[in-house]
Design a protein around this ligand. Structure first.
Ligand code: SAH
Length: 242
């Protein structure tokens, strides 16, 4: 059986009861040493990190390094975040299983798969069409069904599906895009890296009429490109975009 098929078994079985793929021991070790040891406690997050086959989200040449304690290249100059950072961000969103989640920065689709196993439905936007397409194929192969992907600039969010109970941003803008704040539900949470060279991971909560914000971790993400950097948005009708 291929690794991908084994992985479907793992995902479909809800994480721990399916047949273990060849990398299961590495994943268990990653969760214990890199994630639980650093204070991530949410059992659902730890289970998701044990279940999702991270090595299938990097190029075959990088598969052996997939469970190392660092980010890895995923092509187009982008990176898949360090496992601990993915787990930490997911825990900060406090997902319980039913939430509607927006992700900006699909990249390889790895964090999308983690979110999909923690929430009800995940909408994920990636500005680089080639990465979005690869992520779509991967998630399909793995049998992850509760996700919808879009290749676009995520600056304006996904207004047709708003509001979202949780928003995860995996590229760093210098300022939080206002449309994303507006698309948070009444008690929604956003986790977003903010800054240029020095970035802080922020947790923003919508509460009453306003927002609370706290910095929780110094981080280093790829830049949030496009409209956030002053690039004008494309015309609204895709038929007139070229
Ligand atoms: N979550 C990803 C991490 C990818 S790195 C993973 O687990 O693999 C961040 C991604 O954000 C990159 O793929 C980059 O192309 C994308 N990105 C940058 N600016 C963006 C924007 N304005 N809208 C959508 N995606 C963006």
């Amino acid at each position: 059986m291929s690794a991908a098929l084994a992985a479907i078994g793992v995902l479909v079985a809800g994480g721990c009861r399916g047949p273990a793929d060849s990398m299961q021991a590495k994943r268990n070790d990653m969760v214990e040493r890199q994630i639980a040891a650093r204070g991530v406690r949410d059992p659902r997050v730890l289970e998701a990190m044990r279940a999702v086959p991270r090595h299938l989200f990097v190029s075959p040449a990088e598969a052996d390094s997939a469970y190392d304690d660092r980010p890895l290249p995923i092509g187009s100059g982008q990176t898949i975040s360090q496992p601990y950072v993915v787990a930490f961000m997911a825990e900060q969103l406090r997902l319980t299983g039913k939430e509607k989640v927006l992700e900006i920065g699909t990249g390889s689709g790895y964090s999308t798969a983690i979110l999909a196993s923690l929430a009800g439905k995940v909408y994920s936007i990636e500005i680089r069409p080639e990465l979005s397409l690869e992520a779509k194929e991967r998630l399909l192969k793995l049998g992850v069904k509760n996700v919808e992907l879009r290749a676009a600039d995520g600056y304006r969010g996904w207004p047709e599906q708003a509001p979202f109970d949780a928003i995860l941003v995996t590229a760093a803008p210098e300022k939080v895009p206002p449309p994303l704040l507006e698309q948070l539900s009444a008690s929604g949470r956003m986790v977003i890296p903010v800054g240029a060279f020095y970035q802080e991971l922020k947790v923003i909560k919508r509460q009453g009429g306003g927002y609370t914000e706290k910095s929780v971790l110094p981080v280093r993400f790829v830049p949030f490109v496009g409209e956030a950097e002053g690039v004008p948005p494309p015309p609204r009708d895709p038929a007139t975009a070229r």
